[in-house]
Design a protein around this ligand. Structure first.
Ligand SMILES: Nc1ncnc2c1ncn2[C@@H]1O[C@H](COP(=O)(O)OP(=O)(O)O)[C@@H](O)[C@H]1O
Ligand SMILES: [Mg+2]
Length: 317
């Protein structure tokens, strides 16, 4: 399709140690989109991004950027792509300004000092512009990576957890900046651990797990259709769900949560479970709760439900 900024088809990566990191991933990012790529640790997000950035070689599959073959038209694609990698590595002898001027040169551009200064300013690096990068904190280096990815004004920007380890205030200014970039026409693919970040910024979400796509929808659809309502019944901190009760309530996909239980309320149609049906079924097994709430799932709940994992769970210690 010619309205896509990025099209990935059947992408597979098996690392030398035999680990399958991507197991046939399809992904389409529309031109102008602010697209979230989410998934638990080890899902394969960085592998996908590193393949686009030419850091990792794919085992098989296709990728096109604005209709151009990523693997055969590398030079063209590199000029139009900005990648913020997850790992931070800089030559410690250069200052941020130098890093940005050198990076411009790598893209065959004359350094645009006005743009470089704007980037440094917007990313809160202006006062550190002439320090050695080794004097910068982790958060500052991460912001310098963002500046570096944007210095050649790419049409597609891919960010691999750009806000990890960045404090709340700066995270917000980074959000504002990314939003502005997107509004001015830049397509953004964002990987993040902060689901509320994706929920606030992105208009489309792809969730991957174990190297496969488990959800791919517009944010609105995901929130309206996939995200459901559920009933929370609070029983107190020592609440435990026995296996027999879990089995009896399995139609409502019970989840133990903060001293109680969450049960899914069905949406519309014949599969729907109304409040009374769910409530009575729960009370007949668990007794009368101290607290009753109807909640709307947010992106984090959807993520946990689809991947069976909590967002901060680490697969690597
Ligand atoms: N260089 C590598 N060699 C072998 N396995 C790797 C390598 N890089 C990543 N992996 C494995 O591939 C899987 C996907 O990793 P990664 O793409 O980093 O996931 P994510 O970014 O979603 O956390 C993980 O199981 C990880 O351990
Ligand atoms: Mg990663």
């Amino acid at each position: 399709m010619n309205d896509s900024a990025l099209q990935v088809q059947g992408l597979r990566k098996v690392y030398a140690n035999g680990k399958t990191a991507l197991d046939g991933v399809d992904l389409q990012v529309s031109k102008g989109a602010f697209h979230a790529l989410l998934g638990p640790n080890g899902a394969g997000k960085s592998t996908l991004i590193n393949i686009l950035a030419d850091i990792v070689r794919p085992t098989s599959g296709l990728a096109k950027m604005f209709g151009r073959d990523v693997f055969h038209e590398r030079a063209w694609c590199k000029r139009h792509l900005g990648v913020v990698p997850q790992e931070v590595a800089f030559d410690p002898f250069f200052s941020p300004v130098e890093v940005l001027r050198i990076t411009s040169g790598l893209f065959g551009r004359k350094p645009d000092d006005a743009w470089i200064n704007e980037l440094l300013d917007r990313l809160g690096l202006a006062e550190h512009a002439h320090k050695n990068t080794r004097q910068l904190s982790g958060g500052m280096r991460r912001r310098l990576l963002v500046a570096q990815a944007l210095v050649h004004r790419p049409s597609l920007v891919v960010l691999d957890e750009p806000t990890a380890g960045v404090d709340v205030e700066l995270r917000r200014s980074l959000w504002a900046f990314m939003r502005e970039l997107n509004r001015s026409g830049t397509t953004i693919l964002l990987t993040t651990h902060y689901l509320e970040e994706a929920e606030q910024l992105c208009d489309h979400v792809t969730i991957i797990d174990g190297g496969r796509v488990v959800a791919d929808q517009s944010m609105r659809e995901l929130m309206e259709v996939v995200a459901g309502r559920y009933l929370y019944l609070g029983y107190g901190d020592d609440f435990e769900l026995s296996e027999a009760d879990a089995r009896a309530l399995s139609a409502f996909r019970p989840r133990v949560m903060s001293g109680g239980i969450c049960l899914r309320l069905g949406g519309q149609g014949s599969e729907g479970h109304g409040f009374h049906q769910v409530y009575e079924a729960a009370v007949s097994r668990l007794g009368i709760p101290r607290k009753v709430e109807i909640r709307q799932e947010d992106l984090e709940d959807v993520f946990i439900r689809l991947t069976g994992r909590a967002r901060h769970e680490r697969s690597r210690a």
